[in-house]
Design a protein around this ligand. Sequence first.
Ligand SMILES: [Zn+2]
Length: 290
Amino acid sequence: MTMNIALDENNKLVSIEQVKRGFACQCTCFECGETVIARKGEIKEHHFAHASNKTSCTINTESVLQKYAKEVILESMGLMLPALPDSDNAAAWWSFETLLPEFSLGLIRPDLVGYFDGEPILIEIAVTHFIDAEKLKRIEIFKSKCIEINLSSLLKSNISIPSPDAKKEIIENLDNKKWVYPIQMEQSSTQQNPLVYPQIINTPQLISEQQNTLPKWQDYKFTVKGMHVNVRHFSSGMISVNSAYNPEIIAMLKEWRREGRGSYNPTYKSWNYWLPFSEKVLERLKALNE
Ligand SMILES: [Zn+2]
């Protein structure tokens, strides 16, 4: 098998086309770590060869892709992510403050952990092995947002690695990314009845519950500074907050959005917060309730 990929002196993936000829490439074998020479002659196809002249290693393309995906996400310090489940925000570029490779959260060892406003986002890069029920159970315990990037189609494609096209596929394509947590609930009802609150009752008590086997949301009504604040609590843990206009309350919700990486939906005039921060917001509203 021809070795057309190796690791450069910074341990980054490089293709034979990208490097200088001979030992000057300063590369090592992706599989065995031995020094390699870039053979870029006139006759044979350009390739890397072990310095010891031993037989070429078989390079595992799945491992190459895994490594490359980590490299480009780390380089970009972020990536495009689809809208969070049960939210009315849109797909967006997420820029991380910190990105840690091979970081352990208890029993979970995600490929990367990105921090967004202090909250960990687990990033799983899957080529042939996807998140199974056991792993999902562990993720659910932590209630950490988790995204899975499925690179199986990139593996099967003719796109070479490394290349700008491959990078684009990993960083920008939304079709190969899905939120593993929060879990996607059935969206039909939330889409058809966008945040219409039943007009009822007094203070924080349950005012409605969908009559399904699994309630999709619960609505609460708070009174803060003499204003009604309505909260829809989705079973995913996400909450959506509506308030009558009051500059102080708006400033507070805005501050919480910043603090807990929430979002504002101008269509519904609602402030959305996700786990684990959404629980804090509920606690605070309970404390402020008059
Ligand atoms: Zn080797």
